[in-house]
Design a protein around this ligand. Sequence first.
Ligand code: SAH
Ligand code: SF4
Ligand code: F3S
Length: 496
Amino acid sequence: MQSMNLTPDIENGIFSEKMLDAVNTDGPVPEDAALKAYYYLQKDIEMAADLKSRLGRTPTACVITFGCQMNARDSEKLSGVLRRAGFEMTEDEKADFLIYNTCTVRDNADQRVFGRLGRAGHYKKSNPGMKIALCGCMMQESSNVEKIQKSYPFVDLIFGTHNLYCFSEYLYRIYMQDEKIADIWDKSPQIMEAMPSDRKYPYRSGVNIMLGCDKFCTYCIVPYVRGREKSRDPEEILCEVRALAADGVKEIMLLGQNVNSYGKDLGNGVTFAGLIAKVAETEGIERVRFMTPHPRDFGDDLIEVIRSHPKIARHIHLPMQSGSTAVLKKMNRQYTKEGFLELAYKIRKELPDCSVTTDIIVGFPGETKEDVDDTIDVIKKVGFENAFTFIYSRRRGTPAASMPSVMTEEEIGREFDRVLKTVQETAKMKAELLTGSTMEALAEEMNAQDPSLVTCRLSNNMIVHVPGDRSLIGNIIRVRLCECHGFYFFGEIAEE
Ligand code: SAH
Ligand code: SF4
Ligand code: F3S
């Protein structure tokens, strides 16, 4: 039902049970995208109840996520819709409804999806009522969609990154109208975040602050599959953060491909530094993280805000990609080896208790062993606390895809091992420096191997296992770091 008094809730941009209750499913389908999503969610509730009575049990649903934190956040929304509709969530891929939220940043991500999809086809043979869906970045590539339609005809639903908010509608249509749907959009007409969300951790949540990426690094597919940068309204973001805090969330992770470009397209003077300060000042929020900043736009204002807000985590993930100026230029990263080092040194000086981690690509077209020497030089000079190291993967349609390689696959493999070894050495060295100190840690979960231990995360993102029980989970506790094991510590709860 569309009426004036519903508008303020929609404008808050967060999911509201009140809005869902107010929907009139006997009326026409609303035109407004948010109201339409609520309308279909209400229809899904009816549909799932009907399914339950036909099956004689609660229908199950499984969401499998590939890729980055943004996909993980999207998956929480897919689960949110499914759970709210009345499905029971499971990790078993033999569920009645199965959806893969895909990533296409590297070729091995694509291959993993095709492998899993083949298996899912067999599950469907023994459960013909099963519905299989695919969404996410891989679906934004028409060749993937064509391949799926041709080779995996049992797939019921395909959608992309720009129309996630239509999920409640698609779900209804594949079940009630027995349709097969493939609906891919090439851009996001609006930012629509008002979907119920099923958080993986009750005490932590990602919050999208912007969509897309405009940086066009020459190796990267993300700008093509996630579209242009678009910042979300700051009031909407803060409203979501307040609602999460009220719901028991202590740690917020602000998400975007380039968080420090936040606000540039809004034209109202709002910056990422200004936004994160406000988030950190929100009552109930104990920790704020962000993913991912770009070295090019990492301003002094952000360093200052981090310094003056202890609730902002002492961890900066600063993707370097390469330490060679020549390679960085070919990658279109828009900084040099010296520029990156200068920024890293500044962070080390101004924020001495912050850990600095990075992403590195080995084997970019044209990269030589001497270029890798430069990368290793930067790793040693900065002394990263950790780094994700990737072998370059050619992505069709990106500028680097047509650039020739200098090194052979074997050589790239050897260079990769050389980089990895250096990363592991610096990471271990950095962690060892902290042995014996006492710090605050968020108790996250019971240790999977040893049920007498609780796994906690320090503000600097390092992991410490301490003896304790389930009652600690979700709390910030003081811990002493007793023994360093490279990437993690064994510790104990510190006496007050
Ligand atoms: N926006 C972020 C990260 C996006 S993707 C940034 O600017 O860094 C995450 C990481 O995947 C990247 O940092 C990069 O190291 C890696 N990556 C992206 N494209 C890749 C490719 N074609 N081959 C190998 N690694 C890639
Ligand atoms: Fe990809 Fe570069 Fe954008 Fe990061 S900044 S998402 S690496 S294009
Ligand atoms: Fe992958 Fe898409 Fe994230 S390609 S890394 S899931 S934005």
